[in-house]
Design a protein around this ligand. Structure first.
Ligand SMILES: [Fe+2]
Ligand SMILES: [Fe+2]
Length: 149
């Protein structure tokens, strides 16, 4: 039987992807532990805030990585039309709220006269934009799973 080189390299690529994701999960685990160690050592509110953000983000990153792994190893992503219809209106509402949050965060930064607070508001602006983009991605998933829907 003749093996097609394209398919073979795709399988290899997939194996590499899974290896990288698992290695990355190890880094997230170490980051969660390490952030915890810093948090045990300091009472400084600014350092604590930053380390808490990193710790929580690592928890979520690991979960996203696991979801990707599961979709490769167990069950491919799916989205039933009724699942979509059930919450789509709410998702659109949520996206409006995220866009409002971006506007408010930008207004807050503009009005903030203090450098550190301004930096923290800058962080929030990026995060709120990210939330808006994530919801737009959901629109993208919808289009991919239902190109004609
Ligand atoms: Fe991460
Ligand atoms: Fe948000």
């Amino acid at each position: 039987m003749r093996r097609t080189p394209v398919k073979e390299s795709k399988a290899r690529q997939l194996e590499r992807l899974k290896t990288v994701l698992r290695k990355w999960q190890g880094i997230e685990d170490a980051s969660i532990q390490h952030a915890g160690a810093v948090l045990e050592r300091t009472q400084n509110p600014l350092i604590r805030l930053v380390m808490e953000i990193l710790r929580q983000d690592s928890v979520m990153h690991k979960r996203v990585q696991q979801t990707i792994l599961d979709s490769l190893e167990k069950e491919a992503f799916s989205l039933q039309p009724e699942e979509l219809a059930d919450v789509w209106g709410m998702i659109e509402e949520h996206d409006e709220a995220e866009k409002d949050a971006v506007r408010l965060a930008e207004e807050a930064r503009k009005n903030c006269p203090f450098a550190i607070q301004k930096q923290l508001l800058g962080y929030l602006i990026e995060d709120e934009k990210k939330h808006d983009r994530l919801l737009s991605n959901l629109e993208g998933f919808k289009k991919r799973l239902y190109p004609y829907g």
